[in-house]
Ligand binder design. Sequence first.
Ligand SMILES: Nc1nc2c(ncn2[C@@H]2O[C@H](COP(=O)(O)OP(=O)(O)OP(=O)(O)O)[C@@H](O)[C@H]2O)c(=O)[nH]1
Ligand SMILES: [Mg+2]
Length: 197
Amino acid sequence: MEIKSAAFVTSLPRYGAFPGRGLPQIAVAGRSNVGKSSLINSLCRVRNLAKTSSTPGKTRLINVFLINNSFHLIDLPGYGYARVSRKEQESWGHMMEEYFDQADPLRLVLHLVDIRHAPSAGDRQMNAFLYGHGLPFAVAATKADKLSRAQRGKMMPVLARDLAVQPWEIITYSSHTGEGRDKLLTRIAQGLDEPVE
Ligand SMILES: Nc1nc2c(ncn2[C@@H]2O[C@H](COP(=O)(O)OP(=O)(O)OP(=O)(O)O)[C@@H](O)[C@H]2O)c(=O)[nH]1
Ligand SMILES: [Mg+2]
């Protein structure tokens, strides 16, 4: 698959109506600062399509992008940002529940985890949620450029074990080098081709 066009549609404080809703969706989920917005920009090859920040907790809204006039890419707010209040964490939880309840037709969730760290409690919760709801997902290990081959070799089995997937199913990704882009696009195309009940 190639991305021929990418456009920002809207930012939603909570999931609901937006122009063009009803197209297949691919959602991007993961901890704050894991590289969700960077992944979207590098995938679409548009520098500032999704706002990135070195300060975690930047994306507090559900951001919707229209790709190839045929599907929506959804940048979900990150979890696990330590400095948010309990109330904010709860509102994040409600936001996500609303999203996953209504995001129809959701074809694939890209679950991003940082390749340098063992999955956090939040990562494991997200993984359990995806399995629990029978949602189709793919794990992408971000910031791959930050590790050597040897270091990756150590991390992949840890990520695979904690997220209950096979190591070879994890897509190593770098927004900086473009590593993993083709694989991820192929996986997205596959998700779009496989309607789920
Ligand atoms: N080296 C490296 N840095 C990355 C990569 N992807 C993202 N970053 C950096 O990580 C930081 C966070 O990236 P974002 O894309 O804003 O992360 P996010 O997951 O959207 O964060 P929130 O919106 O706060 O949840 C930024 O400083 C990025 O430059 C990558 O592949 N390699
Ligand atoms: Mg973001």
